[in-house]
Design a protein around this ligand. Structure first.
Ligand code: HSE
Length: 297
């Protein structure tokens, strides 16, 4: 029996909610998986993926088998990866979630959502991408005493997401290494008050609040120097009337939240990107929210 898993891209942090907030987007990786007598991994879209035991989908699936004490001989995995890698759009989380959901389905669905989220978080290191990837919508997550706790809210269909995706990668390890080891209490308060406000804004549908609620003092200022042209992209998106502009996950994608009917935003932003060599490295992609989360067929 083969199972097919669709997992959405995600955009983590949403400004102030470092390692806590994330939302799911209308761009999906697809994985088919079945038990096999050896390891047989291929990307059906021609993208380059590890085909050995280091493959993230395989490692995540294997973690499920191990947690359940089930032997694993091999797996046949076919993956399609339209979510660009190392761009801050949750590509690694999509692999982890696909591996875990796929293995769980192959084994007769013994794990609960929370068990799977906890396992996914232990592989990824933080819950803010894996939770919306699995659940869809806007998700607030907490990792407490070895378990993940989440609250999710459907994202209003009025919103569209403008992803400014550069043509270069930024690996999460590098983007995390740029952060200071300790934070000032004022910065902690700055962010926790805004993360709470952003969550309330999504719950109430009060998107005007996002301009203030997505400001950040913990990570964006340290990461922007790793994203040439990023500061200008922020200016472009703010000037064109975005509700929010933030570094998606660890970057380098810059995400703007806009009203779905704001077509002018996309036209003018495309033009503005072409005005400077640094911003020409960015391409603009319009996405909508994914309120469904990962699906197993
Ligand atoms: N919260 C994470 C970070 C997301 O900002 O480093 C990237 O995986």
């Amino acid at each position: 029996m083969a199972v097919k898993i669709l997992v959405p891209a995600t955009s983590a942090n949403v400004g102030a909610g470092f390692d806590a907030l994330g939302l799911a987007l209308s761009l999906h990786n697809t994985v088919t998986m079945e038990e096999w007598d050896k390891l047989d991994i291929m990307a059906s879209d021609g993208s380059l993926v590890p085909t050995g035991t280091s493959n993230l989908i395989y490692r995540s699936a294997k973690a499920v088998y191990e947690q359940l004490g089930k032997p694993i001989k091999g797996l046949r995995i076919r993956q399609e990866n339209p979510i660009p890698m190392a761009r801050g759009l949750g590509s690694s989380s999509a692999c982890i979630v696909a591996g875990i959901l796929g293995a769980n389905a192959l084994l007769g669905n013994p794990l609960t959502k929370r068990q799977m989220l906890t396992l996914a978080t232990s592989i990824e290191g933080h819950p803010d991408n894996v939770a919306p990837a699995m659940l869809g919508g806007f998700v607030s997550s907490v990792f407490d005493e070895g378990q993940v706790f989440t609250a999710r809210k459907e994202i209003n269909e009025e919103l569209a997401f403008a992803a400014f995706i550069p043509n270069f990668k930024l690996f999460t390890e590098k983007a995390r290494a740029a952060l200071p080891k300790t934070v000032d209490r004022r910065d902690a308060v700055y962010n926790l008050s805004r993360a709470a406000l952003a969550t309330a804004a999504f719950c109430d549908g009060d998107y005007e609040l996002l301009r203030v609620a997505t400001k950040d003092a913990l990570h964006q200022q340290y990461r922007l120097p790793l994203i040439p042209g990023g500061e200008r992209v922020f200016e472009i998106a703010w000037d064109l009337g975005a509700y929010a502009v933030y570094i998606s996950g660890a970057g380098p994608t810059i995400m703007a939240v806009v009203h779905r009917d704001n077509c002018e935003f996309f036209e003018k932003a495309e033009e503005a990107l072409l005005e400077q060599p640094e911003t020409m490295a960015f391409s603009l992609r319009r996405m909508l929210a994914d309120n469904t989360g990962a699906v197993v067929e």
